[in-house]
Design a protein around this ligand. Structure first.
Ligand code: NAD
Ligand code: TYD
Length: 354
């Protein structure tokens, strides 16, 4: 069987559902169900005999050790993390606890298991660490896209915590020969993304006629990767990636934030017309502190070694995503109660319109 951590979050839930659809191998999902984890994301897995769930925290070292000893997985795909840059700016400590210490707990628990395995099973074990392109820092307009060799230069508490985790993952390979692989992917989008991130936040606010907050001039550049493409890349890396290696995963859809927001507005004008165009709701607000200007991914290693490339064009992916949010208002209602409202209040009401 395999372990997944953070399977009740946005990307993890896509990975779990795709896995159960396509593979016959059991999967155990370990998730602490923080504000970002929703059991409802995995409703479709309920009753599947290959699906197992433990409500557990990766910061709990002895629980992680017990789970590895009890279930003896052949691999772990590690998603669990505090994942939002703005929250890391507001309250960084949780990012150290989960993203760094939690990852080290998993590495230790995996290593303790692997050292008891016969050599061929130990060799075949995989620790797949799901990381981000944000560890590389920010690119100037004319810089080449991030390759795997790009220097780590994290700029936010979030990216510093992910970079730190990546270094520990590398060290466990180098020092203990634990077969680890790290992937560094670009911004994901798609169904079930928590509406604190740009795309679901904009859809959510636009549908309510609320301001669409664009940080600074909105000319920051991101490469948008559809979550289902990301999960297919992770399956390819798990199956064929080389231990000790890192792989960049991108969507080949590079856009400014303002273009993304305008695109969503145009789509909603078509699908949910209102008296005035949705773009009229765009509001430039105070920029994020230390805001990275540009990310871009060179995914040629993944393409050359594993023959992977993204399938979803952004125009199709964003249409499908907007439609998903229109069709799943009950999900949106359930995840935007209580603590979400507090977050929005704290984040945006103090951000004066520029
Ligand atoms: P998410 O915030 O939607 O979900 C995180 C999940 O982890 C939730 O289910 C949460 O309950 C769980 N979790 C958090 N702390 C935990 C803990 N201490 N113990 C156990 N479970 C815990 O995140 P996401 O967007 O799905 O991201 C998944 C991974 O991908 C993260 O490691 C993130 O850094 C990385 N990543 C995300 C993106 C993106 O665009 N979303 C891009 C690059 C990399
Ligand atoms: P986000 O979805 O938080 O992802 P990341 O910070 O990991 O790239 O933000 C994507 C981009 O959108 C980023 O440049 C910040 C910007 N942004 C806004 O302009 N307004 C918002 O309300 C949010 C949440 C993000």
């Amino acid at each position: 069987m395999i372990f997944v951590t953070g399977g009740c979050g946005f990307i993890g839930s896509c990975f779990v559902l795709d896995w159960l659809r396509d593979q016959q191998e059991p999967l155990l999902n370990i998730d602490a169900l923080t504000y970002a984890g929703h059991p409802g994301n995995l409703e479709a897995a309920a009753g599947n005999p290959n699906y197992h769930f433990v409500h557990g925290d990766i910061r709990d070292k002895s629980l992680m050790r017990d789970l590895f000893q009890q279930w003896k997985p052949r691999a772990i795909v590690h998603f669990a993390a505090e994942s939002h840059v703005d929250r890391s700016i507001a309250a960084p400590s949780a990012f150290v606890d989960t993203n760094v210490t939690g990852t080290v707990n998993l590495l230790q628990a995996a290593q303790e298991l692997v050292q008891t395995l016969p050599p061929e099973e130990a060799h075949a074990f995989r620790f797949l660490n799901v990381s981000t392109d944000e560890v590389f820092g920010s690119l100037e307009p004319t810089d080449a896209a991030f390759s795997e060799a790009h220097r780590y230069q994290p700029n936010s508490p979030y990216s510093a915590s992910k970079a730190s985790a990546d270094h520990f993952v590398r060290a466990w390979w180098h020092t203990y020969q634990l077969p680890t692989i790290t992937t560094n992917c670009s911004n994901n989008y798609g169904p079930r993304q928590f509406p604190e991130k740009l795309i679901p936040l904009v859809i959510h606010n636009a549908l309510r006629g609320q301001p669409l907050p664009v940080y600074g001039d909105g000319m920051q550049v991101r490469d948008w990767l559809h979550v289902s493409d990301h999960c297919s890349a992770l399956r390819a890396v798990l199956a064929q990636g080389r231990p000790g290696e890192t792989y960049n995963i991108g969507g080949r859809s590079v856009m400014t934030n303002l273009d993304v927001v305008r695109g969503i507005c145009a789509m909603l004008d078509e699908l949910r017309p209102r008296a005035t165009p949705h773009a009229g709701l765009i509001t430039h607000v105070t920029d994020r502190r230390g805001h990275d200007r540009r990310y871009a991914i060179d995914d040629s290693r993944l393409a050359a070694e594993l023959g992977w490339q993204p399938k979803m064009r952004f125009a199709d992916g964003i249409r499908q995503t907007v439609q998903w949010y229109l069709d799943n208002s009950a999900w949106v209602e359930s995840v935007t109660s209580g603590s979400y409202r507090q977050w929005v209040e704290q984040q945006y009401h103090s951000r004066a319109a520029r």
